[in-house]
Design a protein around this ligand. Structure first.
Ligand SMILES: [Ca+2]
Length: 290
């Protein structure tokens, strides 16, 4: 029996998609306006494409994370195997980006993302589920969860990586510390943070991140030569803990000018391994000849 397919007539709308790489819009894609259909309805058009990445607190790609923009302007996106995403937005403007994946903890929105994006594509770092650090995102509006000390006390500042607030350490000495409760499981733990250097003398100034259980101590020094937000993470040494004290200390170098460091998204939690792409063999099937 032979089937005959029928082509149903649809009022054709000629659409021309024009990709423009605007000088200030790296990766931006614009389209020419659609012509209305026969019923006068004009379909919506995604005028801009915003690429980015979602990584975990160990810098590993997070696939199948949901990424959306506020104000709503287009559909949410899902990340691919490499944590990459592309948000298609109807209009350019100033957006907040939200990323969510059920195996990770909540992340405040990344604010003031300009579209077209004049800088590098945004990267969001999801914190671990069951994050052990209290107010690691500095979003409580005060620093009551932290112990503050030094000649200049750490202070909340705007210009965060995500959310409304970050914390700045500066002056001659400035210390941010917290006693961290034991974890809920014996799984390996990872310490993670975002930092932005404001130092004028990166060779002399020093930021030391220390974890200690009272017996064992692990200290890491943050390189201050890079500009912009930098992600740093370290696996907690085996045998350390379970209760820990986290301490971040800023110390101005001798003869250096004024400077400081801004911190955000401090987290300590289970070191979830990222996904590894798997390539399955392609199986073909052929019908035997009659
Ligand atoms: Ca924050």
């Amino acid at each position: 029996m032979r089937q005959v397919s029928r082509l149903v007539g649809i009022a054709a709308t000629v659409t021309i998609l024009v990709a423009l790489m605007a000088g200030s819009g790296k990766g931006a894609v614009r389209s020419q306006a659609w012509q209305p259909n026969g019923d006068g309805h004009a379909p919506s058009v995604n005028g801009y494409a915003l690429p980015g990445r979602v990584l975990g607190h160990r810098d590993q790609p997070v696939p199948v994370a949901r990424v959306s923009a506020l104000p709503v302007s287009g559909d949410p996106a899902l990340t691919g195997p490499g944590g990459e995403f592309t948000l298609y937005l109807n209009e350019g403007g100033n957006y907040s980006l939200l990323a969510w994946q059920p195996n990770f903890g909540p992340l405040p929105p990344m604010k003031d993302v300009l579209v077209p994006e004049p800088g590098s594509p945004p990267t969001l770092f999801l914190p671990p589920a069951g994050d052990r650090i209290a107010d690691g995102g500095l979003e409580a509006g005060d620093l009551s969860a932290w112990h503050l000390s030094g000649q200049t006390l750490p202070a909340l500042v705007a210009g965060s990586h995500t959310g409304d607030w970050a914390v700045r350490l500066g002056g001659v000495t400035s210390v941010l510390a917290q006693d961290v409760d034991p974890p809920g499981s014996a799984a390996a733990q990872t310490l993670s943070l975002l930092y932005r250097s404001e130092t004028l003398d990166p060779a002399d100034d020093r930021v030391a991140v220390t974890l200690s259980d009272g017996v064992l101590t692990a200290t890491h020094t943050l390189p201050l030569t890079e500009s912009g937000w930098v992600h740093a993470w370290w696996d907690v040494p085996q045998g350390m803990g379970p209760a820990l004290t986290l301490r971040v200390e800023w110390r101005l170098g001798p003869g250096a000018g004024p400077g400081g460091v801004v911190l955000d998204e401090l987290s300590l939690g289970t070191a979830i391994r990222g996904a590894v792409p798997a390539y399955l063999p392609l199986a073909t099937r052929s019908r035997p000849a009659p």
